[in-house]
Design a protein around this ligand. Structure first.
Ligand code: C2E
Ligand code: CA
Ligand code: CA
Length: 698
């Protein structure tokens, strides 16, 4: 084949081809160039159409150009037919690029067909339409054939599945169901499911067998227990019946016993009353009295035992007869009962002896009041059986636990005191321990006065000047406590205050009063002179004293150095270390410490070397000894020892000029005593404030 070229003869453009003949010669075939393309297209479309027409189900294939002229057709004779543009709208659509379809009927082959219009593009432009008609009947036939084939396969599969299911599941399950139905634990406890190894439910069956094993063992146990229970149930019901019967019996017996018990209780009470009471007067008897007293003592209570003995009772009995005598005793019992209160316990020991217990009372004055109340019964004549009779009594009183804690001793004490009254002329009362009772009485009186004085603010301080031995000037005062309305001395009331614990309150009052006094004198324009206050060992219990002192000084704007605190060495006896700490705290505040009453206690000189004190106060008793000539040297050494330890020495209780002179020679710093001045009221102290005492002695 040659490409298109110009024919040298005709000047036309042709395409030439050559065929070789058998003899080796060539035949040249020329085709006009303008026809080559259309022929090529024609033959190509036709070939495609025919090829497609051979496909199964294809009824008709043809191809049209833009003008709807047939350029290829499976019926070759139809090539060249031009279709009507108006009728063939699908062809028009295909030329616009769509792919429309249409159902049609082909008479020639008597079949329904589906016609598809396919646009054919050449050089990017739709130039032709391929029309392809497919026999739908044939398509449907092949689809249904395919469906039938599939259905048959599916049915076969289902049947096979059913067969398998029946063989492997349903049958074994039914079998297992049958076996399980045969289980009857009660009747055939040993029943087990038969086991087939290939069986689908082999596992389940063996598990059920396991459960059956356990169940049967529990069942056996249950059966055993049930039998036991039944047995004991029978036993219990038998016992219950027995019990019910005896319960009634017991109830009856109980009621009987109850009534006996009540009777017995009554009897017991009566017996007890008889045992503890006097049959004549119905007062508690000796036994009861002793019991009561023992109880009181064991409870650490204090009180009094009084023995009351009628005077001349024997005479009454002898002259007026025993039955009259009994009536007298009854009358006395009655009178005693009449004045009785909750603290008073009256008893009769027999004869004409009555014992009275005063419970829980330690005030001797109160006890005396009871004694007076009792003796008052006999002041007037008693009327017995319409007759007036004059009787008196003698009474002995003993105090517990002061006189004794022993009951027999107390009874003896009361008896002894009562006999003393009889001997002294009868018709009176007397305490067993008069001196002790007297002291007790005194102490209670002091306590009462002291408490009252504190309550009514009836305390005051006196100020005794301390005089410089060498200049004669007043260098300070000692504050000494007094009661405004009582002459009781501090020597009496301070120990009571200490014993009762009121010293703490008193101590604070004294501290405050002395500090205020300094502040008053300061305000009056007097030069400040120190005041010494006494501090009792018992005040160590006042734990906040230091704080109190500090605050009081601050409030009064008084410097601590103007306060001397006098303590006695006895303060160091107990809790020595703690006390030294306490005293050092006082010193740290700035107050001075004086060791009071030096020479009365241990007064060991070695004390002076370590006790935290600034001064020592030589006691009156010591100073009195210095009057004797042989002691002069000792006094001198004592004073110089104190001075060498940097301690000032105050001599106290100096009444005598000779004493003063000796102390001066010995080097004693200060003198305090009646020689110069007694303790003074504030106003008097102010008067001698600037005096020189040396001028007053000779
Ligand atoms: P004291 O501390 O040794 O006080 C000195 C006592 O001796 C005072 O007795 C004073 O009046 C007395 N006195 C002073 N100079 C002479 C003298 O030349 N001759 C004689 N015969 N006596 C003289 P007062 O005031 O009766 O105090 C007795 C004791 O009571 C004091 O002894 C003191 O221990 C205590 N006391 C007094 N006031 C207080 C106080 O406020 N608190 C405390 N805790 N105790 C106090
Ligand atoms: Ca003192
Ligand atoms: Ca003293």
């Amino acid at each position: 084949m040659e490409g298109i070229r110009k024919d040298t003869e005709s000047d036309n453009y042709n395409k030439y081809g050559y065929l070789r003949n058998a003899d080796g010669s060539f035949i040249q075939i020329g085709i006009r160039a303008n026809e080559v393309e259309s022929l090529t297209r024609k033959f190509n479309s036709q070939a495609l159409v025919e090829k497609l027409a051979q496909e199964e189900n294809v009824v008709h294939v043809f191809c049209v150009d833009k003008n709807l002229k047939t350029i290829a057709d499976s019926n070759i004779k139809d090539v060249g037919i031009i279709y009507d543009k108006n009728k063939e709208k699908e062809m028009q659509e295909a030329l616009e690029g769509k792919i429309p379809t249409k159902d049609s009927y082909y008479e020639k082959v008597d079949t329904k067909a589906l016609t598809i219009y396919v646009p054919v593009a050449q050089n990017g432009e739709i130039s032709n339409v391929l029309v392809l008609s497919l026999s739908t009947e044939k398509v449907y036939y092949s689809i249904s054939m395919l469906f039938i084939k599939c259905s048959i396969i599916a049915i076969i599969m289902i049947l096979m599945l059913l067969w398998v299911k029946n063989k492997n599941i349903i049958k074994p399950a039914k079998r297992l169901d049958q076996y399980i139905n045969q289980i009857d634990i009660e009747k055939n406890i040993k029943y087990r499911l038969p086991l087939v190894e290939d069986d689908t439910f082999f596992g389940i069956a063996s598990s059920i067998n396991g459960i059956l094993d356990k169940t049967s063992s529990y069942f056996y146990q249950l059966k055993e227990h049930q039998e036991e229970l039944e047995a004991s149930n029978e036993e219990i019901s038998a016992t219950y019946q027995q019990l019910a019967a005896s319960d009634e019996e017991l109830r009856a017996q109980y009621d009987e016993i109850q009534s006996y018990t009540e009777k017995l209780e009554g009897l017991k009470e009566k017996l007890e009353h008889i045992a503890y009471h006097d049959s004549l007067t119905d007062l508690p008897n000796r036994r009861k009295f002793i019991k009561k007293l023992e109880e009181e003592i064991s409870k650490d209570k204090s009180g009094a035992v009084m023995l009351l003995d009628l005077d001349n009772f024997k005479g009454i009995n002898d002259t007026l007869g025993h039955s009259y005598g009994d009536k007298v005793l009854k009358k006395v019992a009655e009178e005693l009962e009449n004045i009785k209160n909750e603290k008073m316990f009256v008893s009769r020991f027999g004869g004409d002896e009555f014992f009275v217990l005063i419970e829980g009372e330690n005030d001797v004055a109160e006890i005396e009041n009871y004694a007076k109340q009792i003796t008052n019964i006999f002041k007037n004549k008693l009327i017995i059986e319409g007759e007036e009779i004059y009787i008196s009594c003698s009474m002995g009183i003993t105090l517990y636990p002061f006189d004794s804690r022993e009951v027999t001793q107390l009874l003896m004490n009361a008896d002894m005191a009562m006999y003393k009254v009889k001997n002294a002329g009868k018709n009176n009362y007397m305490f067993f321990n008069e001196t002790m009772t007297e002291k007790l009485r005194e102490k209670l009186k002091v306590e009462r006065i002291l408490r009252e004085a504190i309550k009514k603010d009836e305390l005051k301080l006196l100020y005794q000047p301390q005089v410089c031995t060498f200049t004669g000037k007043v260098v300070g005062f000692e504050a000494l406590l007094r009661l405004k309305n009582s002459s009781i001395s501090p020597g009496q009331f301070i120990p009571v205050a200490e014993e009762m614990g009121i010293i703490i309150e008193i101590g604070r009052w004294v501290t405050k009063e002395a500090i205020n006094q300094i502040s008053i004198w300061k305000k009056k324009g007097l030069d400040i002179k120190p005041i010494a206050i006494n501090f009792s060992a018992k005040q160590l219990n006042d734990l906040n004293y230091i704080e109190f002192l500090e605050n009081t000084l601050k409030e009064a704007k008084v410097e601590a150095k103007y306060i001397d605190i006098e303590i006695t060495e006895s303060i160091f006896l107990e809790k020595k270390e703690e006390t030294i700490v306490f005293v050092n705290q006082l010193k740290a505040l700035g107050v001075k410490i004086a060791l009071d009453d030096f020479g009365t206690g241990y007064s060991s000189l070695s004390y002076l070397t370590f006790l935290p004190v600034d001064k020592i106060k030589l006691d009156k008793s010591l100073n009195d000894k210095f009057l004797e000539l042989e002691n002069i040297k000792v006094m001198g050494s004592l004073v110089s020892l104190a001075n060498s330890l940097n301690l000032e020495v105050v001599a106290e209780g100096i009444e005598d000029v000779a004493q003063y002179k000796r102390l001066k020679v010995a080097g004693c710093n200060y003198i305090q005593g009646y020689l110069f001045s007694k303790p003074l009221e504030v106003e008097e102290a102010e008067k001698i404030y600037h005096d020189n005492f040396l001028g007053k002695i000779h």
